[in-house]
Ligand binder design. Structure first.
Ligand code: PHE
Ligand code: ZN
Length: 884
């Protein structure tokens, strides 16, 4: 959306709509240049609110006519609204006719063309770019959709629900009529028309119903849909088994599109996917891609209940569907992974993601609660806070009421609210009411502060052992830092899953029942918990499984961390202890302004992990990967991206050299014979082998050895799957090896016709560790590459987001070159696609914590962008919040 000033929309201003639209008959005469849309709506007054005019939303529409009960009606256009001042009191039929220009729609919101086909994207407010409507999620209607188009160019015509008729028309055109029996908000509406092919599968569910599953893609991509189809089938089975939620449609369709702003969209019965979240083959997709596809296919499918059957009353409630659905897809991925170690690997990856993306968001200019209080552009609030922190909030419900209790709560939620548009309060009430007397129900109001307060709480722990009394007293204190617009915070309800170990690593009984694990509920600013019959000073293992989205300072010594790293039976905390050991060293060096020197104790501990006979390769890979630069920055009050990068590079170099022989052994030990499967065991081995290879090439660069770079190049050439090929290429590129250039060239030549692989090629170069400005210069030059375009979001992000958001040392330059580049690109993208531009604009969220000279230069660049008069409301909101 583009206009001068956009109003700030406030959560507390919510009012029911003055009218309901119960039924819609939509018809489309599809043409890329000019599509005719006819909408016949059945409208009724909402008697619960005062009489008023009918105001319909509409943007970029060319209105042809408006009729009420078949007769012309007077109306006026006011900004982005069509106002009918005197509609009838009784129910009436409203007919709107308008045209739109899909091929000119580069914002990819509403109806647009991609690769010669038509697609829609209506969440959050895209439907108003198709026709005039009450485009808000609490207005739910039954849709019947007629599509008419050229039969040769657009043989496939799809919309939500069931196909009720189809046939041929004059002039080589044809038609299809679709009906969706479930009332839905306009944001779940979808249309697809084009020359597509489908992989099909018929399934019979537990309930004995037959369903047709279809995955539609461009001709030529069909072989890359097998994994998505398998993921869909697994999701259907899981949701029925775990939550008793069946598939409610005879037909469930998934469609891939190359131009898409997000990962995927849960339109009722017709999910639309970014091809990057759908297509996979061993030769073109990595293990990480396979895992991501499985989780996004599941996510969109799970929305069918959490989002579609029960939807959001207003957009402030977005986390009602997104936090809950992320939680569900995370649980699904863990259940699919199987073993407890593979589950822990999933959990660690999710937490790493949260810390890398959500924690910085929560301490920057865009910090907002899981349920925001105001926005000017809702698209800016599809954030890590709403999604990932929202999921952690749902996880805390489960921790507080138990798994069975949570399932009972979900059941009650659907009993109460199926078919309704509701709020986060309704969800909280259902979970609490199903668990009376629980740790949740007795503190529900305080627990709900998780929806209201932004910022990551800090929890400080201090333990004291009393040898004479044989007691251990644990004092926990919490504090949530101030965030924009919220200076004072109340205590949060924080479930702390914990155990105690003796100094040999044995689990201690925490109570008379002999339990070795318990949940402490911290709900005051400060609280103490006393454990009896503790003979000697124990090592506390706190926040197991990352039981709450907080930063924990437990003040543990290296010796205590080593006990946890070797013996904790909570695999998450084992990993965490290793990360803390590394983090402590890096932070110490940064704070002291000294070069980083890893200690022999740390090196030995890492060696012990790498050579451990029982631990899984996937776990080892996570444990031996140093904390990310963004997470390290989070721990510091003043951030010098160059100093952080130097410290991490030094740590990596030392780890590479000190464990040289161990890396070589790990590389050899984790080779896989036989064909490719993306299962957790094989992908863990590939991950560890790739880490080992990158360490070996890095070390070789330092010592002048040429054997490992040569081996890496050979492996790159001979690889039989993308994980190994990209891993070897990354080892060369990230180490700055001479063989990187020919390898990159060869990779491009091999995959020049596969856009998703070329995206990886751009991203790898833009994310490479900076060294003397070479990476920045290369990334800038790549914007002139023949394959680069700002029009395709995947391609634009592969270069711009990689450089500006995920490569701090290349981006934050003393000469401010990164900021100048950022400003140019944000403005260029904004003219094409505001949603995409505002994502990239967020690279400057945390300018205020930067050290000089970065801080002043960054602020200046943001101010220069903010000074442009015709910014989209999307980008304007981001830069103005940054400057506030
Ligand atoms: N609702 C989608 C999801 O999370 C995300 C999305 C939002 C897609 C807005 C497109 C536009 O599954
Ligand atoms: Zn979602």
């Amino acid at each position: 959306m583009r206009e001068g000033t956009a109003p700030l929309i406030q959560r507390l201003d919510y009012q029911q709509p003055p009218f309901w639209i119960r039924k819609v008959d939509l018809s489309f005469d599809l043409d890329p240049a000019k599509t005719l849309v006819t909408s016949k709506m059945q409208v009724e007054r909402n008697r619960a609110v005062p009489h008023g005019p009918l105001r319909l939303h509409g943007e970029e529409l060319n209105l042809l006519r408006a009729l009420i009960n078949g007769a012309g009606v007077s109306f006026r256009q006011e900004g982005h609204e069509l106002v009918i001042d005197n509609p009838p009191d009784d129910d009436f039929a409203l007919e709107i006719r308008n045209t739109i220009a899909p091929e000119k729609n580069t914002a990819l919101s509403g109806l647009y063309t991609s690769g010669g086909s038509f697609f829609t994207q209506c969440e959050a407010e895209g439907f108003r770019r198709i026709t005039y409507f009450l485009d808000r999620p609490d207005v739910m209607a039954v849709y019947t959709v007629t599509l008419r188009a050229d039969a040769a160019k657009y043989p496939v015509l799809l919309s939500n629900g069931n196909l009720t008729s189809s046939g041929t028309l004059e002039n080589g055109r044809h038609f299809a009529v679709w009906n969706d029996p479930f009332p839905k908000p306009s944001y779940l509406f979808a249309v697809v028309a084009g020359d597509l092919v489908a992989r099909e599968q018929r399934v019979r569910t537990r309930a004995g119903k037959d369903h047709l599953l279809q995955v539609y893609v461009r001709r030529g991509d069909l072989e890359k849909t097998e994994h998505a189809m398998n993921s869909l089938i697994a999701s259907i089975v899981w949701d029925e088994a775990r939550f008793g939620l069946p598939l409610d449609l005879e037909r469930f369709m998934v469609v891939g599109v190359s131009d898409f702003n997000m990962g995927a969209m849960e339109n009722k019965g017709l999910n639309i996917f970014n091809t990057s979240a759908l297509l996979a083959s061993p030769a073109t997709a990595t293990d990480a891609d396979f895992a991501r596809i499985e989780s996004i296919v599941a996510h969109e499918y799970f929305h069918n209940w959490t989002g579609n059957r029960v939807t959001c009353r207003d957009w402030f409630q977005l986390s009602l569907k997104e936090g809950l659905t992320v939680f569900r897809d995370q649980e699904f991925s863990m259940d699919m992974a199987g073993t407890s170690s593979a589950r822990a690997v999933c959990r660690i990856q999710d937490v790493r993601q949260l810390r890398a993306l959500q924690f910085p968001e929560d301490s920057g200019a865009m910090a907002h609660p899981v349920r925001p209080d105001s926005y000017s552009e809702i698209n800016n609030f599809y954030t890590a806070t709403v999604y990932e922190k929202g999921s952690e909030v749902v996880r805390m419900y489960q921790t507080l009421v138990g798994r069975k209790g949570f399932e009972a709560g979900m059941k009650l939620y659907f009993e109460r609210h199926d078919g309704q548009a509701v709020t986060c309060d309704d969800f909280a009430a259902a979970i609490a009411d199903a668990n009376p007397g629980s740790a949740l129900a007795t503190r529900l109001d305080a627990f709900k502060r998780w929806y209201a307060q932004a910022g990551t709480p800090r929890v400080k722990a201090h333990g004291e052992h009393d040898a004479a009394a044989r007691t251990y007293t644990l004092r926990l204190a919490q504090h949530t830092p101030a965030t924009p617009g919220q200076s004072d915070k109340l205590p949060q309800v924080i479930p702390v899953v914990m155990g105690l170990l003796d100094r040999h690593g044995a689990a201690l009984a925490l109570n008379a029942n002999g339990d070795t694990e318990t949940v402490l509920v911290l709900d005051q600013a400060e609280q103490t918990f006393v454990f009896e019959d503790i003979d000697s000073e124990p090592v506390p293992s706190l926040l197991r499984g990352f039981s709450a989205p907080v930063v924990l300072d437990d003040g543990l010594s290296d010796a205590a961390l080593l006990v946890l790293m070797r013996h904790d039976n909570d695999p998450f905390n084992r990993w965490e202890a290793g990360q803390r050991l590394a983090l402590n060293r890096i932070l110490h060096a940064l704070r002291a302004g000294q070069p980083l020197q890893l200690s022999p104790v740390f090196i030995d501990a890492m060696r012990g992990l790498l050579n451990h006979p029982e631990l899984d390769a996937a776990f080892k890979e996570l444990a031996l990967t140093l904390p990310g630069e963004a997470y390290i920055a989070e721990q510091l009050d003043v951030v010098d991206p160059q100093a952080i990068h130097a410290a991490v590079m030094a740590a990596q170099q030392q780890l590479a050299g000190a464990l040289r022989d161990d890396w070589a052994a790990a590389f050899e030990a984790n080779q896989i014979a036989g064909g490719y499967t993306p299962d957790p065991v094989s992908s863990g081995k590939r991950a560890l082998a790739n880490l080992a290879l990158s360490m070996l090439v890095l070390d070789a660069q330092a010592t002048g050895d040429t054997v490992w770079p040569g081996k890496a190049y050979q492996r790159f050439k001979d690889a039989s799957n993308m994980t190994d090929r990209l891993g070897a290429l990354a080892a060369l590129v990230n180490a700055g090896a001479e063989l990187a250039a020919p390898a990159l060239e060869r990779f491009h030549a091999l995959f020049k016709d596969d856009a998703l692989v070329i995206d990886k090629w751009f991203a790898l170069q833009a994310r490479a560790p900076e060294s003397e400005g070479r990476v920045f210069a290369r990334a800038k030059a790549l914007t002139k590459h023949a394959d680069f375009t700002l029009k395709n979001p995947n391609r634009a992000r592969s270069l711009l987001a990689s450089l500006c958001m995920f490569n701090p040392a290349a981006f934050h330059r003393a000469d401010a070159g990164g900021y100048v580049f950022w400003a140019e690109q944000v403005l260029a993208v904004d003219a094409i696609n505001p949603q995409l531009a505002s994502r990239i604009a967020r690279a400057m969220d945390r300018w205020a914590v930067l050290a000089e000279p970065y801080r002043s230069a960054a602020r200046e660049a943001v101010a220069r962008v903010a000074a442009k008069p015709d910014l989209s409301t999307d980008v304007r909101e981001i830069v103005e919040r940054a400057l506030a």
